[in-house]
Design a protein around this ligand. Structure first.
Ligand code: ZN
Length: 290
């Protein structure tokens, strides 16, 4: 894995933090790193700020994708309607975040109470852009955001529907290989190998699980998502994506147990959101171990 590509920007933070004072406390070091990250956001160039300003609108679009794609409903060229009264929504009803808050969280036409879904996904898209800016400082912000937003939609659909649609996973494989071919062509063979190994390894785990437990443990979508992950972060980082996803899934299960949710041997969590999270973090920060 080329450190300069995925992790080079963070080396500067850790270097600076470790050289400010040799014996500063962890809290002070955290403050130095936090200040450095905020500086990066504040000093972002026009491209970085462009991504941040587009983020709420992208989030709004992702909301449409998450709701309509699993149902096979068209995504483009169809006017948005209130899902209760069916009224065609106007431009002022579709301004990200603003319309939801200004309308008192209700449809302006029928008074139907609107859920948290749209503001939540719009704010998540803004968070993706902010994290990308803080991690990258504007160098590859659009690429970071593209991957982050794409994975956000995939993870959200998997949480809602237990589904990772081919219409999102397969183009993400192609997007990863295309981005590599343009940005870092010498890494193309590693990314292509990553895409192949990502798919084959999870398919084998899935088959093994079915033989041993007599039921489906991992879906085909998870294998396709790991293939996309390999296309973006490469074959060498792939085991760490799986490890990161497994650790975060186990942590989530432990949190659910602590919150009083009963989980048994037949309980399951969608794996896609954890694969998506691990992929994006390794893309942004570089592999955890080299
Ligand atoms: Zn309505």
């Amino acid at each position: 894995m080329n450190k300069e590509w995925v992790g080079g920007h963070n080396t500067a933070i850790s270097w600076q933090a470790s050289h400010v004072e040799h014996h500063i406390t962890g809290r002070e070091q955290g403050r130095v790193i936090g200040g450095e990250l905020l500086d990066r956001v504040a000093s972002a160039d026009g491209i970085g700020w462009g991504a941040l300003l587009c983020a709420p609108f992208v989030g709004s679009f992702l909301g449409v994708v998450v709701r309509r794609l699993p149902e096979g409903r068209p995504i483009g060229w169809v006017r948005s309607r209130c899902e209760c009264c069916g009224v065609v929504l106007r431009v002022r009803d579709l301004v990200p975040l603003y319309s939801w808050f200004a309308g008192g969280r209700r449809c302006r036409y029928c008074g139907h109470r609107l859920g948290w879904f749209y503001p939540a996904i719009e704010l998540s898209a803004v968070a993706v852009a902010l994290i990308a800016l803080a991690a990258d400082g504007g160098q590859r912000t659009w690429l970071d955001c593209l991957l982050g937003w794409w994975l956000l939609a995939l993870g959200w659909i998997d949480i809602r529907r237990w589904l990772l649609p081919d219409a999102l996973t397969l183009p993400l494989v192609i997007a990863g290989l295309t981005a590599t071919a343009v940005v870092e062509p010498e890494q193309l063979s590693d990314r292509a190998l990553g895409a192949a190994l990502g798919y084959l390894s999870l398919r084998m785990v899935s088959l093994l699980y079915r033989v041993l437990r007599g039921r489906e443990g991992l879906g085909h979508g998870d294998a396709k998502l790991l293939s996309a992950s390999g296309a973006w972060v490469g074959a060498i980082a792939l085991p760490q994506v799986v490890l990161g996803a497994a650790v975060s899934a186990l942590s989530a299960a432990a949190c659910l147990r602590l919150a009083g949710v009963r989980l048994g041997a037949h309980s399951a969590l969608p794996f896609g959101p954890f694969l998506a999270l691990a992929t994006w973090l390794i893309w942004l920060l570089g592999p955890f171990f080299t």
